[in-house]
Ligand binder design. Structure first.
Ligand code: NAD
Length: 418
């Protein structure tokens, strides 16, 4: 994984690239390249041994032209201000590309969560929720899970917010467990949109998904569900990895079995059905029909991209390719279907969760999945139409053209005030 690429600079470059295929003035484009505000805070939390530890945390609210800020909260030692800014910007364009009425936000705590007890994590999370309270709200800024956070953390944040506000407002946060107001289908949603994007991409490119070979980097929420659903389409998931390494079997794995192994042992390595084990980078350069990066940003930089042999890349992770990697893959005719569409299922079902919370009425999983499929396939059709009409160099640039135009339209209609 490249240490050099700054994800915020990558985001800005992606916006600049798209602007060349649009008629939007430079000053408006400049406005769309910076967050409206970033909260940086230090959480002082008592540990189990009585000591107090300080954790740096951020929340970036990038753009609210199309609706409340929306985006996850990440717990990771690599969290930093620029990463959070980039992730919040990607949320703006992700929500716009699938046309849901949100702006973009993102937050994170600089922490290795494995080093802390559940009680400590709860106090750290509640402390962050207290800091976030003035900024978040059902019509203001709506956090959600991201790397190393899930239903448990969302439930704590909701409870802290509701307690401090003396109200019930489940729509202040999404990705909650079902009994706390979560939506059916939310856990699977990101992997599902990755699968739907891969399915539509193969159809568009006239390729057969049945028997296609697939490698998935990262076997967390996004990666493992994508692997499972793509396998259900008849593809062969031949390689998967997590932070401990990669496993390979030419004939393909049963992703559910690999997941059981990971649940038992903590990693995909050592899986009994593997013929070979190798490094994460080796997985990214396998000769497969479809590569799904589903770990963290900057997984493939320009140098590594030279060795990528997959025909199609569908990004489940946020920002897994650097702009240099994009350039290399464009030149090698590798189709890259971008994160802001492929992993938009998470935020789309978060949106459904928020709608259900506001309606105080729950949808069935079937309805959630149907509405998600409609939104992702419509967005996919829009994307390829724009790709063909504008002559954009790749699908990412075309996706930004669609998304930026929607944000610009909302901004134009509201006017610039004050
Ligand atoms: N979960 C969601 O709803 C959601 C929604 C949109 C985007 N995403 C994005 O998807 C990506 C993954 O998120 P997640 O929720 O699945 O996180 P997660 O914590 O559940 O899983 C991350 C996985 O990546 C693995 N990993 C970390 N470094 C790696 C490396 N160098 N090589 C291989 N594997 C590595 C981890 O071991 C883990 O299996 C992130 O970029 C996140 O922003 C997630």
């Amino acid at each position: 994984m490249s240490e050099q690429a700054n994800p915020f600079e990558s985001l800005q470059e992606q916006i600049d690239d798209a602007s060349e295929y649009m008629s939007v003035s430079d000053d408006v484009i400049e406005r769309l390249k910076h967050p409206e505000r970033v909260l940086e805070t230090n959480l002082s939390v008592e540990m189990d041994d009585g000591d107090v530890e300080v954790f740096k945390a951020f929340r970036s609210e990038f753009n609210g032209d199309r609706g409340p800020y929306k985006g996850g909260i990440r717990y990771h030692p690599g969290v930093n201000r620029d990463e959070v800014k980039a992730l919040s910007g990607w949320m703006v364009y992700k929500c716009a590309v699938v046309d849901i009425p949100y702006g973009g936000g993102k937050g994170g705590i600089v922490i290795e969560p494995d080093d802390y007890s559940e009680g400590e994590l709860e106090r750290i999370t509640r402390s962050f929720a207290k800091e976030l309270r003035p900024f978040i709200g059902v019509d203001k800024d709506i956090p959600a899970p991201d790397v190393n956070t899930g239903q448990r953390e969302m439930n704590w944040i909701k409870d802290t917010y509701e307690t401090l506000e003396n109200t019930t407002e489940p729509g202040v946060i999404t990705g909650k467990s079902p009994d706390s107001g979560g939506s059916a289908g939310r856990v699977e949603a990101t992997g599902r949109s990755t699968m739907l994007t891969a399915r539509e991409a193969f159809d568009y490119l006239d390729r057969d998904m049945e028997g296609a070979s697939v490698a998935v980097q990262g076997y967390g929420n996004a990666g493992w569900i994508a692997a499972k659903l793509i396998h259900e389409l008849g593809a062969n998931v031949v390689a998967v990895s997590d932070s401990s390494g990669a496993v390979y079997n030419e004939d393909g794995f049963d992703p559910v079995d690999v997941k059981s192994h990971k649940n038992e042992t903590g990693s995909v390595t050592g899986y009994h059905g593997a013929d070979e084990e190798f490094s994460n980078d080796d997985l990214l350069t396998l000769d497969v029909d479809l590569l799904v990066p589903a770990a963290l940003e900057n997984a493939i930089d320009g140098d590594l991209a030279e060795d990528v042999r997959a025909d199609v890349v569908v990004e489940a992770a946020n920002g897994p390719l650097t702009p240099e990697a994009d350039d290399v893959l464009r030149d090698t005719d590798t189709y890259v279907f971008p994160d802001i569409l492929a992993n938009a299922g998470g935020v789309t079902v978060s949106y459904f969760e928020w709608v259900q919370n506001r309606q105080r009425f729950s949808w069935t999983e079937e309805r959630v999945n149907e509405e998600l499929e409609r939104i992702i396939t419509d967005a996919f059709d829009n994307l390829v139409e724009t790709y063909e009409e504008t002559g954009a160099p790749n699908m990412r640039t075309a996706a930004y053209v669609v998304a930026i135009q929607r944000v610009v339209d909302a901004y134009d209609e509201s006017g610039n005030w004050p």
